[in-house]
Design a binder for this molecule. Structure first.
Ligand code: HEC
Length: 167
């Protein structure tokens, strides 16, 4: 190709562009067109924000489903677990072992109150049972798995759960 000869004698070459470079260049133009039309003019694709929101909603729904399932399970199992007889037993165990820290009616003291909807470690029966079993030794909550039988842990947990009130 004939070099261009501008007035200042600096030669400017007009070489053929490498095909791979040209290819990329055209692809990027096509891509930017698709992008412009799809995202900004016709909104055919969701923006990051919309995608994020949709995912969050899906996550929330799946979490609600899971907790609804857990609740349903609790309720069907709960027939005997939360029966008045068991709650009475749970109350006895509670006043003997737990009232000193959590208050005679679960109103709280050294340990947190059970008369509200605020749970540090989860307010479903399974979570309460688990905390009663393993405790939170570093925070002063004793593990009860060696002191109480599993049935007793269940009874006292059901009683703790029954103390929960709105707000
Ligand atoms: C020596 C005091 C003490 C005794 C006795 C005690 N607890 Fe606790 N308990 C605590 C403390 C302190 C915490 C808070 C732990 C934390 O901050 O994570 C706690 C937390 C809990 C929690 C978790 C509360 C939440 O918000 O998630 C449950 C459930 C619980 N205790 C049940 C019991 C039961 C049932 C008994 C009797 C069998 C009992 N505790 C006896 C001190 C005590």
């Amino acid at each position: 190709m004939k070099p261009l000869k501008p007035y200042d004698d600096i030669v400017e070459l007009d070489n053929v562009l490498p095909p791979w470079w040209l290819g990329l260049f055209y692809i990027s133009i096509i891509f930017s067109l698709i992008y412009l039309l799809g995202y900004h003019l016709f909104h055919a694709f969701d923006s990051q924000e919309a995608e994020f929101k949709a995912e969050q909603i899906a996550l929330e729904q799946s979490m609600q489903r899971v907790s609804a399932k857990a609740l349903a399970k609790e309720n069907t199992q709960g027939g005997s677990e939360t029966s008045t007889a068991n709650l009475e037993k749970g109350k006895l165990i509670f006043s003997k072992n737990c009232a000193s820290c959590h208050g005679p009616n679960g109103e709280g003291g050294i340990g947190p109150s059970f008369n509200d909807k605020v749970w540090i470690h989860g307010g479903d029966l399974a979570s309460i049972q688990n905390i009663v079993r393993v405790g939170v030794p570093e925070k002063g909550m004793i593990p009860w798995q060696n002191a109480l039988r599993p049935q007793e842990i269940l009874e006292v947990s059901a009683f703790v759960k029954s103390l929960e009130k709105e707000n």
